[in-house]
Write a protein that binds this ligand. Structure first.
Ligand SMILES: [Zn+2]
Ligand SMILES: [Zn+2]
Length: 335
């Protein structure tokens, strides 16, 4: 049988990233896969007794991503909420039978497009600042990805499944803030910056799982933690982007590897070895020591970028940008 013949998934959850198909098929064999009417735009895998991983094919010409639902004793929590189609919150409530909160790792729309389904969103202070700053034109920004007929969108979803935009409150959480899901079920926000000013991981202390958003990925040809301190649009707190701040924070996080057994990144493979934290930390420390230490040059959406191999994970960056970032915000200034 051909590799992809078994892949008879509904069109709306078919991966946009072709190279994910064999991996998703593997996950389907291991956990089963379900698609629910409440939100038919995510492929749902129950990967632990209280954790669901949901694969959300990209609505736009970017990458597919992962959302995670954690059920605690009294409440449940989404880590990231994807593109915000259909009733994701309702799906979470149906699966867990509990009130469902949502936290987001950073302000990029593939991670927080579903924010308007909640009245408040748990996120780092800088992510909240950024979300507030775009709220006035958020609807326009959001529709660019989620509205039929807009540039580059994918046509697999129905217009009626687009959730009307509404404002919400972004909570300004500080590094190490605890989100309690009942009893002693605590989720810790860990601020790492780098990819986005407010980029944060969430540590499920009881489940011993680190949800890492775009801060780190399992080693893959097309997946590297991207640490560019500039960007196509204006961000607030840009000094927390790039390699300098990240190198300090990720080293602290890698030193806590004994607190988790698995890492769940926002793209690519999930359930990864905690060693990927050491991998990105190794790469970041090497870049700080010599920004020109890269292993190879690649094309990054039409621009040249460099890859540093940290053993278990890659970092993608621009050496000149790193030099400038380290000059204006030296590593020692964060300590
Ligand atoms: Zn991102
Ligand atoms: Zn992302």
């Amino acid at each position: 049988m051909n590799e992809n013949e078994m892949f008879d998934w509904p069109e709306q959850v078919m991966p946009a990233n072709e190279d994910q198909k064999p991996y998703l098929k593997e996950l389907q064999k291991k956990y089963g896969m379900k698609v629910y009417l409440l939100d038919p735009y995510v492929a749902v895998f129950k990967i632990r007794s209280n954790v669901w991983a949901m694969y959300a094919p990209c609505t736009h010409a970017m990458g597919d991503n992962w959302l995670f639902l954690i059920e605690g004793p009294e409440k449940a929590l989404f880590i990231d909420n994807g593109w915000g189609l259909a009733d994701l919150k309702g799906l979470g409530e149906m699966l867990t039978g509990k009130p469902v909160l949502s936290a987001v790792t950073h302000f990029h729309l593939d991670h927080c497009g579903g924010n308007p389904q909640w009245s408040e969103i748990f996120c780092h202070d800088f992510t909240a600042d950024m979300l507030e700053s775009v709220m006035d034109h958020y609807e326009q920004w959001w529709k660019q990805f989620n509205h039929v007929g807009e540039d580059q969108h994918r046509h697999y979803y129905k217009d009626e499944d687009i959730v009307p935009y509404k404002g919400y409150k972004a909570l300004h959480l500080k590094n190490h803030h605890i989100i309690n899901l009942g009893g002693d079920y605590d989720i810790e926000l860990i601020h790492v910056g780098g990819h986005a000013p407010g980029e944060s991981c969430f540590l499920d202390k009881k489940g011993r799982i680190l949800y890492s958003g775009d801060a780190m990925f399992a080693k893959h040809e097309h997946l590297a933690a991207s640490l560019f301190s500039g960007g196509p649009f204006q961000v607030l707190h840009p000094e927390y982007m790039g390699v300098s701040y990240y190198s300090v924070q990720i080293k602290l996080l890698a030193a806590r590897m004994n607190e988790f057994d698995s890492v769940m990144p926002g793209h690519g493979q999930i359930d990864c070895s905690p060693e990927i934290a050491a991998g990105v930390s190794n790469a970041a420390q090497a870049i700080v020591t010599d920004p020109h230490c890269y292993d190879r040059v690649v094309d990054n959406h039409g621009h040249k970028a460099c890859i540093k191999d940290g053993g278990m994970a890659y970092i993608i960056y621009d050496p000149e940008d790193a030099v400038e970032n380290l000059r204006t915000h030296p590593v020692d200034s964060w300590k």
